[in-house]
Structures are given as structure tokens and as C-alpha cells.
Design a protein around this ligand. Sequence first.
Ligand code: 0RA
Length: 650
Amino acid sequence: MSEENKNNEEYGASNIQVLEGLEAVRKRPAMYIGDVGQKGLHHLVYEVVDNSIDEALAGHCSDIDVFINEDNSITVKDNGRGIPTAMHEKEKKSALEVVMTVLHAGGKFDKGSYKVSGGLHGVGVSCVNALSTDLRVEVHRGGKVFEQEYKIGVPQYDVREIGTTDRTGTEVTFKPDLSIFVESIYHYDILAARLRELSFLNKGINLSITDLRRKNEDGTHVSEKFFSEVGLQEFVTFLDSTRDPILDTVIYFDGEKNGVPVEVAMVYNSSYSENVHSYVNNINTHEGGTHLAGYRRALTRTLKKYADESGLLKKVKFEVSGDDFREGLTAVISVKVMEPQFEGQTKTKLGNKEVTGAVDKAVGEMLTNYLEENPKQAQVIVQKVILAATARNAARKARELVQRKNVLSGSGLPGKLSDCSERDPTKCEIYLVEGDSAGGTAKQGRDRHFQAIMPLRGKILNVEKAMQHKVFENEEIKNIYKALGVSLGTEEDERALNTEKLRYHKIVIMTDADIDGSHIATLLLTFFFRYLKPLVEHGYVYIATPPLYLLKRGKDHRYCWDENNRDKIIEEMKGGKDVNVIIQRYKGLGEMNASQLWDTTMNPEFRTLKKVSIDSAAEADRVFSMLMGDDVPPRRAFIEANAKYANIDA
Ligand code: 0RA
């Protein structure tokens, strides 16, 4: 066989492999990017940005700019070295084409570099390419500009030179394939939150986002820049910006232990909740893992030792537990691991055993130094721990009372619950309804076969401001636990939640479409986020969307959910004639009768339920503490900015 033929054959073979790889991605996109909803759609952007972050971590890139283009496509531009364009020996095509079309090819070129980014699914840019109807890459490298375009991952021509340049970098523009994704719109806020998070996690990189679909009043496009000089120190301060700090500095470590880069920052505030966020290779490890274990071990050991030696614990008559050291603690732990093993239900739990020791060492050292150098602050921490231990002791008693009552009261279901007859939790729904009167309507309107109704009286407790024992003593909250069938954790881990006996896989919050209703929904969401988080993470929590208007013209009755829709329907109903359509504005659920409520809000065939999800645990944490905290101005600003999403008449 001539050399040329052989090459052709290899070229053909590698092309077929490429097509097979990309085909696999298109057949089972969820396997590669998690899902094909809003998360997956945004994940495409992270996947591309991660490549640029890697280039920055390798020390070759300082600026990464993201654009949401007018047609809802995305451009990610960096000033790195540019993806190599030379012929790739084995594949017999440009390295650029290989990176863009072969699964997992991205990182393999640059052996020396510390490739730790690469996203949760770590699939690389080729996967984004396979899931895009159109993708264009432009590389500035060696004084030349190169480009290549693809359709659903298939190159439209060989990599070509299109000009000269005096800079280096890579620019990728892609348009998601909407025959694959069920969501199509990019949300500025979601992308901005992730870029902000990335800026904190990777100090020294200039990140920006620009929304070319929207303009400010002054004519410029909506845009933000993110840059963090001091990394996680700024992150914890940002997370705690609406809480009251009790220390005057951030406790911080940045270095390498046992060959593992570890960065940790922590602060204490006057609240009762623990907010520890952990990251591995820039991925939020929701389920924790070995790095978190190392952190907790060192925190408890070091603080306990200090507290014991200080003699401050002498007066405390009961055992101080690990939890007591973490009340009011906000911390971020970020490690970079070469070959991370991700475990757990959502693959966000770090399994690498060697990391525990590394983080333990780092945190032990950081805290020991801090306590030695800051005796006044150390006192403040120990006092806080004693307070927490005292409260926990009281909480334990309250909880035991709840647990005993659960056992004693027969079926253990609250009297206010109108249960459904179905017993398979996957088919069951529970509506948490604002007020007894709406509860009554919902009870009449529901399908009692699979829908349970639980009316809630007025405003439930603001758990953000309450000590744990107050939460467990609260009647309304006890009833929710009982109705759901989840039990409170045991003493070792108070926040552990037993969800095996969960009685409903849809938990629907149904409140009035007014300011009070939104407030009640927010209080409930705060409670779910802080005390029943696994239910939110599993996607069991929903928000009902009752209609805002009923339009009547004779026998023609129509519902609508927003103003635009209302005006359109009015025109339709008029049919060009000058008749005035009757408009009824619903403020409360109570204004609807049972069949209207069923038709519009509860009937699975017609209703819209909003699934509650946590895109960024850190951002959710900050928002909840802000919404439920004492500081009014940031709350007002948030509500004003988001009212349009929530149908609130502010
Ligand atoms: C491999 C090798 C080199 C650069 C890159 C990958 C690279 C990839 C991406 C993806 C987005 N932006 C990027 N920037 C760079 C360079 C190897 C060298 O120049 O020696």
C-alpha cells in the first residue's frame, strides 16, 4: 500500500470514530452533560469556559469573556495560547479539529499542564460541538488567524487561515441544538453567578459576561466583570455580606499539602446555620466527601484543643459536639485533584482518600496559627461554640419530644392533613396551601386519589433567624415533617434527614399571587433549603402557579398568567369587535372556586409547576440569608429586580 493510501485509510477510520463518538453524545446527551433542560443548556457554556480556565491555571491566559449573542448563541473568548492548529500526527488532521471533534481530546495535548478543570462531566468542548447546530472556532496563534466551522459536530471545511494577528487566543461561538434541548433561553443571572463563583475560585483571572440581547438605559449592553484578587477570602465575605460577622478578619490558607493544592477561607457570623461549600477542580461538591471530612476533623480537633486548654469549657456540663463548632460558620474549601473520583447520587462527592489528610493538615495549621496570633478572636469563637452547645442541648430535648410524639400518635399524621388514598409515594402529591380557606377550596378541588392537602396557618417561622430548638418546637413545622413522613436526624448528625419514608414525591407550595403569598413561599423555601435540602436536591419541591387573570366574554372563559398573555387573549376574544371583555384579577387562591382551582392550578394536564432547583448552593445560601435577614436595602433591591419573574405586584 502506498504511503498516501495508508494515510487516507487512517484518515477515514479516524473520521468514522469521530462520527460515532459525536453520535453517542447526541443519542444520550444526558449522560454527557447531566440533562437537556436548563442545567444542561447552561452546562455547555461552563464546558467551554472550563477550557479557558485551564489555560489560565496553566499561567497562559488572563482574560475570559463570555457573550450571550442576540440570537441566543454563546461566544467564549480568551487570550490564551490558542488551541494548536498544526497537523496532529496520529489523527492526520489539525490538532484544532481533533480537540473540537474527538471526545476527551482537549486535555491530552499539553501533558505538562495541570489540567484540573474540565467540568463535572469532564467531556470537553467536542461534546458542546456535537450538541450545537452551528459552532465556529477562531484561533489566534503564531501571528495567524485560523477558523473552522461545524454543524452538529461535523467540520464544514478543513481548518483554514483567514488572516494575520498580533495576539493569541481562542474564541468559540456555538448555537445549542434545540431539537435536543427542551430549554432554549440563556439566563444572564445563572451564567453571571457561575462566572462570579469561578472568579473567586481562581483568583487573578479577569472574567466578564455581556448580554447582547439587553441594553441598559444608557444604551450600553448589560454586562459585568468579575475579578478576585484574594480568592476565597473574598468569596466568604461575599457569601456573608448580609450576615453579622463576629470576627474582624477572614481565617485563610492557600498552599499545597501532600501534593494537593488546598485553599480554605472561613468566617464566623452571628447566625445559627452552617454554610460550608466545598469545591474540587472548581466543581461544587454538594455531597461533600473526603476533603470536607478532613476539614471537619481538623476544625473540631483544633478548636476543641484550644477551648480545653483555655479552660473556658470548664463550666459546660455537657459534651460539646462537632456541630457546635460549625454553627454560624461560613467556609469555602477548594482543592485541586489530578484524578478526582466522584461518587454519590449526583456524582458530587469526592472519594479520593489521600485528600482527607491534605486538607486536615492545611486546616489544622491555618487554625492553630490563627488562634495563637489572635487570642481575642479565639475567645469570641469559643464563646460562640459554648452558646451553640447550650442551644443544641435544648434542641435535643425538643427533638426527642417530637420523636416521642410521632411514635405515640398512632399513624403520626397531623390532623390538618387531608391525605390521598394512593400509597405509592412516586405517584403522590402534597399541596402546602396558604390559609385554611384556600386549603378548603383545594380540598374540594383536588383529585383525592393522589393529591393530599395540608393547609398552613399564616406565616411560618423564619428559620433563618431561629435557633434550631425553636424550629423543632414549631407546630406548623412539626406538622410538615409528620405529613411528609421524613424523620429528624439522630444525635450524631442533627441535620441528617431520613427520607426513606417520604410519602410524596411532589411537594407543591401553593400560595397567593401577591406579596404576602410570595413571602410565605419564600419562608417555606428557606425552611426546605435549610432543613430539608435533600428533598430540593432530588427535585421533589415545586411551586404552583395560579393564574393572575380570568377573562370572560359570554360563555368564553380564559385564564392567563401574565400581562402580555392577557392582552393577546383579550384581542383574540374581541375578534376585532368593539366588545369589552370582563377582566377578573385573582389576588388570592380564595377567589377561585374549587373547579377553577383544579382546572388552572392542580390538574396535571393543564397546570404549570415550577420545579425548585439549586443551581449554585453558594448563591442560594447568600440569597436566602439576604431575603430572611435584617438588612432591608439589599432585600428590596433583590425583590425589585426579580419581581418580574414572580408576578409580584410590588
Ligand atoms: C492544548 C495545548 C495548548 C493550548 C490549549 C490546549 C488550549 C485550549 C483551549 C481551549 C480554550 N482555550 C484554550 N486555550 C488553549 C497550547 C500548547 C502550546 O502552545 O504549547
